[in-house]
Design a protein around this ligand. Structure first.
Ligand code: C8R
Length: 263
């Protein structure tokens, strides 16, 4: 019998912590605070790395909580100017391409915490102080309160609470439902916008070039979104294929009819 699990035993269905997790966190923190947004150069990346590790090490990876991330969130806190917040749902790449060009705009991954954690996986174990590089729980097969899901729920909530002025969302009009109540955007973010601070939510429903045009501003899923937002006393506006974002899609498909004539 093994005293604990054998070294290669996979306890969970998801992939394990990203290799070199601690170094990546530290490196991304320095890149962001020294190069991407030097106005944050005084942040303490060593402390941020330590707080990130502490948030999940020696803990049950099916029992992560919002509180686990509070010290990290406080160390990494950052003010996003009004009118500059961009949410997205099923349009991650396109939304990021847009904020890369419009550098004054911020998705969550354009903030320090989102930048550090994007595409990483992490978890620990209640019976050991080690990082689990073998496997981590998934929401689908294991438990919803896993460290990665709880992290994105917590920081998405905070990102939405902090938003002010006119805020934007990039939605995918090539899906059956451009707005999905079960997504982080539909489940967490829209319910945490503060009506006293947020005047308008502007939705941009983007259709893949050459893809199907399943959903648009006049569809039932967007009417759903409009009614949730209006009930919260926030103004809702919607545009199909918002031109500045459409131009980015056209870079890859310059000859497509929708890119050559007036789009
Ligand atoms: N947001 C949520 N999830 C995020 C994320 C982020 O910024 N960044 C990453 N990498 N992830 P989706 P959604 C991961 O279904 O559910 C914020 C998480 O593992 O296309 O509506 C952001 O502010 C998560 O499970 O979109 C944005 O506005 C998937 O990617 C929404 O929430 C979510 O991908 C997007 O969340």
């Amino acid at each position: 019998m093994w005293p604990r699990s054998p070294p290669n035993h996979k306890e969970w269905q998801g992939s394990g912590t990203t290799a070199h997790f601690g170094d990546i966190v530290l490196g991304r923190c320095y890149t962001y605070t020294q190069i991407v947004r030097p106005e944050l150069r005084d942040k303490d990346c060593q402390k941020i790395q330590e707080a990130f590790l502490k948030s999940f090490l020696s803990k049950d990876p099916c029992d992560a909580t919002e509180q686990d991330y509070q010290p990290l969130i406080e160390l990494a806190n950052q003010t996003i100017p009004c009118n500059k917040t961009v949410f997205w749902s099923k349009t991650k790449e396109l939304a990021h391409q847009y904020t890369r060009v419009q550098q004054a705009l911020f998705t969550l991954e354009n903030t320090l915490l989102g930048y550090i954690a994007d595409d990483l996986s992490w978890c620990g174990d209640s019976g050991s102080s080690e990082i689990n590089y073998q496997s981590c729980p998934t929401r689908r097969d294991n438990c919803s309160s896993n460290p990665v899901s709880v992290f994105w729920n917590t920081v998405s909530k905070r990102f939405a609470e902090d938003a002010c002025g006119v805020v934007h969302v990039v939605l995918n009009g090539s899906l059956n439902e451009a707005f999905d109540r079960r997504s982080t955007f539909g489940r967490v973010e829209i319910h945490n916008l503060h009506p006293k601070k947020v005047r308008t939510l502007q939705a941009w429903v983007m259709h893949d070039i050459g893809g199907v045009r399943s959903d648009s501003c006049s569809s039932s899923s967007i009417r759903d979104l409009k009614s949730i937002i209006s009930e919260r006393n926030i103004t809702f506006t919607c545009q199909n294929n918002y031109r500045p974002v459409r131009f980015l899609q056209c870079v890859k498909n310059p000859e497509h009819p929708s890119c050559t004539s007036g789009i």
